[in-house]
Design a protein around this ligand. Structure first.
Ligand code: MN
Length: 714
C-alpha cells in the first residue's frame, strides 16, 4: 500500500510550492471517516483513496485534486456532508468530490455501441471540472486492479463498462498508459481464453522479439550515427487488447499482427528528420505509397511526424515514425488526440475540438505554477450546446441545449411526440416547455386524444420535433379545409337543387379537377377550402346552368385576378402550406415585420391582419391560421402616417425631404391647419416593411417642431 509520505514527496517533486498541508489534512480526515471500513480484499478501506491519490500524482495533478482523490468516496460511503468538506477543505475540493459522487451514481442500462458515445458525453457534460474525470479514471483504474475480489457478475459488468466508457475516455484525454492498462485488465475478465492465448504467445515470443527489436534498433542507430544524425530509437510492444483488436478488425492471426513492428525515431530538428528518412530508405526498400509527410502537412489536430513502411533485413514489414522531441510530446500527451485518427468517424468536429482543448489543458497543467490559474482553466463546460438525459429504461439520449420534454418525446417516437400531454422529470411533473438538464430522467405522459399544438413550434429545439409538428398541423389543416370546401360547394350546389356527391360519384367532377389543375377530387375540395378556387368555378365545369349566370362571380374573379396580380406569395407565407392566396386586411394594412395572423375567409383564401387589429380579434378562432413573413419579400406596401407639427414656414418641405431620403415614395399627402397653430399632415407612403417605416418615423420625429408621428390603420 502506498503511504501518504510517498504521495507528498511526489507532489513536491513536480510542484515545489504545493499546499501539502491540504493533502495531509485530507488524508487524516479520510482515515478518520473510513475508520473500521474494509475493502472486499480485506484491506482497510483507506488503501483505496490512498492508491487513487497516488495515481493522481502520476498525472502530476495539483494538491486540490489529490486531496479530492483522498476524499472521493467520503460523500457516498461515510457520514461526511458537503458542508463538512466545504468547511474543512474549501469549495473546490468539495465540489470535485460531489462531481465524482454524481458520476458514480449514474446507472446505465447498457453500453452498446449506440449508447456508449452518449454515455461518455453525459459523463463529461456532468463534470464541470475536468479533475472530476481524472479522479474518476484513477478510481476506476484502482478498482480494476483489485477486481479479483468482486463477484463474477460484477467483474463482467465493471469490465465491460471500463472497456466501453472509461478506457476511451482515458484515450481521449491522452493518458495512453492508463487506457492500455484499463483495456488489458478488462480484456482479461471479458475474454479470458483469448487473453490467455495472446499472453502465452507473447511470452513465448518475447525473447525472440526483444532480440529482434534490439537488432533493428542497433542497425538504425549505427546507420544514423554514420550520417551524423544523433537519434533515440524506440521499439514498441503492443498491448494485449491492441493485438486482439487488430486480429479481429483485420481478420488476421496472431503472427501477422505481432510480427509487424513499429519503431520510432526521435531527432533534434526537422531537417534531421528528413535526412533520417533518406538514410532509412537507402538501407531498406520502402513500400510504395506508405511514406507520409505529416511534418510538411500536419494533421488538423497538430500531429506531426514522418511515416514510412520498409521491408526489413529479414523480409518483414517494419513501420517507422520519425519526428522531433516536441512533435513526440504533442503526439503522446498533447493536443494530437489519438482518437482523432484511430477512432475517426465516431466523433463530429465540434466534439473533436472539445477534446483537443481538454487534452491541451491536461498537458498544460503540468507546467502551471499558480494553482489558481489552473483552477480557472479547469472549470469548464464541455458540451455547452448539448444536454444528455435518461429515458425511463436508463438509456442516454443527447439533445440540443434548451430541449424540452416535447423534443425528448419526438426523439423517442413520433407517436409519443404527437400524444405528449405532460412530462415528469426525476419523478416530478414539469410543464412541457421545461428546459431539460444533463443527468435528468425524463418520462413522457401520453394521452391518445392529445394532439400537437401550434405553439409547440415556438419552443421545440430539435429539427425532428419541429418537422413532425408541422406535418401534423398541415395534415390537420388540410382536413379542415376539406370540410370547409365541401361545405361551401354543397351550399352552392343546393341552389341548383343538386348535390356535389352526385358529380363525384358519376366522375363528372373530374373535368373540374383537370381544368383547375388539381390532382385529385380531394385536392380540389381542399383548394376550395383554402380559397384558391371558388365553388362557382367548380360548378361551372359540371353544371351548365351555372355558366356566366352569377354576376357576383365575375366581380370575385376580377378581384381575385387583381389580388393574384399582387403575387400573394411574395410577402407572406402560410406556415406549412404552399401557394395560398393571401390578402391584406384593409382595416390594419400589415407591413412585413408586423406580427400577423391569418383568417380563412369563405371563398377568398386567407386574409392577413396585424395581431392587434380589432377586426382580427373578433374573428372565429376556428378559422385562425398562422402566418409568417417571407424573409425575401421585396415588395413595397402603402401605409398611412399622421404627423402633428407646429405650423411653420418650410416645415412641410423638411418632412417630405426626410421621407424621400428614407427611400420611401410619397403616394399622397394632405395638410390641415388647426386652430391651435398646429398642422395635421397625412401622408400615404410606400415602405418595404415595419423596420423601414420605423426608420422613417424616427427621422421625421427628429425634425424640429414635429410634435408627434403616428401610424394609421387606414
Ligand atoms: Mn472509489
Amino acid at each position: 500500500m502506498i503511504r501518504i509520505t510517498d504521495i507528498l514527496d511526489r507532489i513536491s517533486s513536480y510542484n515545489s510550492n504545493a499546499d501539502l498541508d491540504l493533502v495531509e489534512r485530507a488524508y487524516i480526515y479520510s482515515a478518520r471517516i473510513h475508520e473500521g471500513q474494509v475493502r472486499l480484499s480485506g484491506e482497510p478501506y483507506l488503501s483505496h483513496p490512498l492508491e487513487v491519490a497516488g495515481l493522481l500524482t502520476m498525472l502530476k495533478l495539483d494538491p486540490v485534486s489529490v486531496a479530492a482523490g483522498l476524499l472521493h468516496d467520503a460523500l457516498e460511503d461515510t457520514k461526511a456532508t458537503m458542508e463538512d468538506l466545504t468547511g474543512l477543505f474549501g469549495p473546490s475540493v468539495a465540489h470535485i468530490v460531489e462531481g465524482v459522487t454524481k458520476i458514480s451514481g449514474l446507472a446505465f442500462r447498457s453500453y452498446e455501441d449506440r449508447q456508449a458515445e452518449s454515455i461518455r458525453k453525459m459523463i463529461l457534460a456532468m463534470a464541470d471540472d475536468i479533475r472530476v474525470i481524472l479522479i474518476k479514471l484513477c478510481d476506476r483504474l484502482h478498482n480494476m486492479r483489485t477486481l479479483q475480489f468482486q463477484s463474477e457478475e460484477k467483474q463482467i459488468k465493471i469490465a465491460q463498462e471500463t472497456l466501453d466508457i472509461y478506457a476511451p475516455l482515458a484515450s481521449r484525454l491522452g493518458i495512453h498508459w492508463m487506457r492500455m492498462e484499463l483495456e488489458d485488465i478488462a480484456f482479461m475478465y471479458l475474454f479470458p481464453h483469448q487473453y490467455r492465448d495472446i499472453a502465452n504467445q507473447v511470452a513465448k515470443k518475447r525473447d525472440e522479439q526483444q532480440e529482434y527489436i534490439n537488432t533493428i534498433k542497433k542497425m538504425i542507430e549505427e546507420k544514423l550515427e554514420e550520417a551524423d544524425l544523433p537519434c533515440a530509437v524506440q521499439g514498441r510492444h503492443k498491448h494485449f487488447y491492441g493485438i486482439y483488436q487488430k486480429m479481429i478488425n483485420q481478420g488476421v492471426d496472431f503472427e501477422e499482427v505481432y510480427d509487424i513492428l513499429a519503431f520510432r525515431l526521435i531527432l533534434d530538428s526537422t531537417s534531421q528528420c528528413y535526412q533520417a528518412v533518406g538514410v532509412i530508405h537507402s538501407i531498406w526498400k520502402p513500400i510504395p505509397k506508405r511514406f507520409k509527410d505529416f511534418i510538411g502537412i500536419p494533421k488538423p489536430n497538430m500531429y506531426q511526424s514522418l511515416h514510412t513502411t520498409v521491408v526489413g533485413p529479414f523480409g518483414e514489414r517494419v513501420e517507422i515514425q520519425i519526428r522531433t522531441k516536441e512533435m513526440d510530446h504533442v503526439a503522446n500527451d498533447g493536443i494530437a488526440a489519438h482518437w482523432q485518427y484511430k477512432e475517426k468517424g465516431n466523433f463530429d468536429e465540434k466534439t473533436g475540438a472539445a477534446f483537443a482543448w481538454l487534452r491541451k489543458l491536461v498537458e498544460e497543467q503540468k507546467n502551471i505554477k499558480d494553482p489558481d490559474e489552473f483552477m480557472e482553466s479547469v472549470q469548464i463546460e464541455l458540451f455547452p450546446d448539448e444536454v444528455y438525459v435518461f429515458t425511463p429504461r436508463g438509456d442516454v439520449l443527447g439533445l440540443p441545449k434548451e430541449s424540452t420534454p416535447v423534443d425528448f418525446a419526438y426523439a423517442i417516437h413520433t407517436e409519443v411526440g404527437h400524444q405528449c400531454a405532460g412530462a415528469k422529470v426525476d419523478g416530478r411533473m414539469v410543464p412541457i416547455k421545461y428546459e431539460l438538464k444533463t443527468g435528468q430522467r425524463v418520462e413522457i405522459i401520453t394521452s391518445p386524444n392529445h394532439q400537437p399544438s401550434k405553439d409547440w413550434l415556438s419552443f421545440v429545439k430539435t429539427a425532428k420535433a419541429r418537422s413532425r409538428v408541422r406535418q401534423h398541423i398541415k395534415a390537420k389543416e388540410r382536413k379542415q379545409s376539406m370540410t370547409l370546401g365541401r361545405e361551401m360547394c354543397d351550399k352552392l350546389f343546393r341552389k341548383y337543387h343538386v348535390t356535389l356527391n352526385k358529380y363525384i360519384k358519376s366522375g363528372e367532377i373530374q373535368k373540374a379537377v383537370d381544368e383547375l389543375g388539381y390532382k385529385t377530387v380531394d385536392d380540389l375540395i381542399a383548394g376550395v377550402g383554402y380559397g384558391k378556387v371558388t365553388p362557382l368555378q367548380v360548378a361551372r365545369y359540371v353544371l351548365p346552368q351555372a355558366e356566366a349566370k352569377d354576376e357576383k362571380e365575375t366581380i370575385v374573379t376580377r378581384l381575385k385576378e387583381k389580388i393574384r396580380g399582387r403575387k400573394p406569395q411574395s410577402g407572406i407565407l402560410v406556415r406549412g402550406m404552399d401557394d395560398i392566396l393571401v390578402r391584406f386586411g384593409k382595416c390594419c394594412s400589415p407591413l412585413p415585420g408586423d406580427p400577423v395572423v391569418g383568417y380563412i375567409t369563405r371563398g377568398q383564401g386567407v386574409t392577413a391582419h396585424r395581431t392587434n387589429c380589432p377586426h382580427a380579434l373578433n374573428m372565429d378562432p376556428q378559422r385562425r391560421i398562422e402566418l409568417e413573413w417571407s424573409p425575401d419579400a421585396e415588395e413595397v406596401y402603402p401605409v398611412r402616417i399622421h404627423v402633428l407639427c407646429d405650423d411653420r414656414m418650410g416645415l412641410l418641405a423638411f418632412i417630405t425631404t426626410a421621407i424621400s431620403e428614407g427611400d420611401a415614395n410619397i403616394l399622397d399627402a394632405t395638410v390641415k391647419i388647426r386652430a391651435d397653430n398646429r398642422a395635421d399632415c397625412y401622408f400615404t407612403i410606400s415602405v418595404s416593411g415595419a423596420n423601414h417605416l420605423e426608420k422613417i418615423v424616427k427621422s421625421v420625429k427628429s425634425i424640429k417642431h414635429v410634435v408627434k408621428v403616428t401610424r394609421l390603420a387606414t
